[in-house]
Ligand binder design. Structure first.
Ligand SMILES: NC(=O)C1=CN([C@@H]2O[C@H](COP(=O)(O)OP(=O)(O)OC[C@H]3O[C@@H](n4cnc5c(N)ncnc54)[C@H](OP(=O)(O)O)[C@@H]3O)[C@@H](O)[C@H]2O)C=CC1
Ligand SMILES: C=C(O[C@H]1[C@H](O)[C@@H](CO)O[C@H](OP(=O)(O)OP(=O)(O)OC[C@H]2O[C@@H](n3ccc(=O)[nH]c3=O)[C@H](O)[C@@H]2O)[C@@H]1NC(C)=O)C(=O)O
Length: 298
């Protein structure tokens, strides 16, 4: 039972029954019971405190570019990181608050003659989400350049963590459970001339455009690759490109993408994704693991 809402509202603005479609790049999902949009560390801490005091499940929402919020919505408190912005550069280390877009961080790095992020150009989402999921493409992952992060632990203490051998794996990080990533620092390589970096960034973005990755809204790859195989290749071999359900469609450009038409529901996306999973299992005996995060009850 939530109490003291009005008292806490003096410190943080809490919105109720907030429509997730307003935040989701695929414009689907239900409502979240409570949501805050902190812009300072204090407000983050107040938000977490509020969820604890009122026994609310806590959800952390970055750009939602890799998250499917189901139509039943979220019964708890969500913290959106969209107002946690700011980038600083010191020597070869670039630091950003968790809500900065990855693309903005890459642009700032290049402007400051720092190399090492170019391969990630074109990946949507925030730097917080990228760290949590150890984002990567073209043989480069966040783990390769991670220096440190400031995190808020569930007991509300703030901890600085540094890179270590067991912190990352393929598309996953092993941060302390339920921690909130407040800021991320990456160690890059200083270069004299940033023109080649600008060119590489453009080329990687063009590569994604050419294969149609931006043509229709999607959450990127739905499934992790069952190493050493490729989920996209397996789905393609099952002949599933173009398969659709209520406006959710297995992309013709890349079989591991599901695109969404207007008014598609999150549950339709999930129904289609589960169907794809079943077909791949039937044909190859391989169970694909979700790469996207699924939030809410089905
Ligand atoms: N390669 C590609 O083309 C694509 C890659 N992606 C990757 O997915 C990432 C998704 O980013 P984004 O859209 O911002 O994230 P999302 O809002 O999709 O959140 C993804 C997960 O990250 C966690 N998270 C996000 N921000 C924080 C934070 N500040 N502290 C702790 N946990 C956090 C949440 O985990 P929890 O479950 O713990 O709440 C959430 O479930 C992108 O940056 C990109 O790396 C996405 C699409 C395409
Ligand atoms: C899109 C994402 O990340 C992408 C990242 O952009 C790219 C580029 O490095 O490499 C991964 O895709 P991927 O393994 O499918 O890479 P691709 O090069 O597109 O495909 C691998 C192989 O499958 C084949 N393939 C792919 C799709 C398809 O419909 N048909 C097909 O045959 C390709 O021809 C290629 O031989 C990441 N996906 C995962 C799950 O690791 C994401 O995380 O959302």
């Amino acid at each position: 039972m939530v109490s003291n809402v009005s008292i806490l509202e003096e410190k943080i603005n809490i919105h109720t029954n907030y429509d997730i479609t307003l935040l989701s790049p695929i414009k689907c999902g239900g409502k979240v019971k409570y949501i805050t949009f902190p812009s300072t560390l204090d407000e983050v801490i107040e938000s977490i405190k509020f969820s604890k005091q009122n026994d609310l499940k806590l959800f952390i929402l970055g750009g939602l570019t890799n998250t499917l919020v189901l139509d039943s919505g979220l019964d708890g408190l969500a913290i959106s990181t969209k107002n946690l912005k700011g980038i600083t550069v010191k020597d070869d280390v670039i630091s950003a608050k968790c809500g900065e877009s990855l693309s903005h961080v890459i642009q700032s790095a290049i402007n400051n003659n720092l190399s090492g992020l170019e391969q990630l150009s074109g990946i949507p989402g925030t730097i917080g989400g990228a760290l949590k999921g150890n984002a990567g493409s073209y043989n480069k992952a966040i783990s390769d350049i991670f220096y440190s992060a400031e995190i808020v632990l569930p007991d509300l203490s703030i901890k600085k963590i540094y890179n270590s051998d067991d912190l990352f794996s393929y598309r996953a990080s092993n941060l302390p459970k339920d921690s909130f990533i407040y800021s991320v620092s990456l160690r890059l390589n200083k270069v004299d001339d940033n023109k080649p970096l600008i060119k590489q960034r453009e080329e990687y973005i063009l590569k994604r455009k050419e294969v149609g990755q931006y043509d229709k809204p999607s959450l990127g790859c739905v499934f992790k690759n069952p190493t050493p195989l490729s989920a996209g290749l397996l789905i393609d071999k099952c002949g599933l490109k173009g398969l659709s359900y209520n406006g959710a469609v297995v992309s013709e450009s890349h079989a591991n993408f599901i695109t969404v038409e207007k008014n598609t529901t999150a549950n339709s996306y999930l129904t289609l994704a589960n169907k794809v999973r079943e077909e791949v299992f039937k044909r190859f005996g391989i169970t694909l693991d979700y790469e996207i995060n699924i939030m809410g009850q089905n």
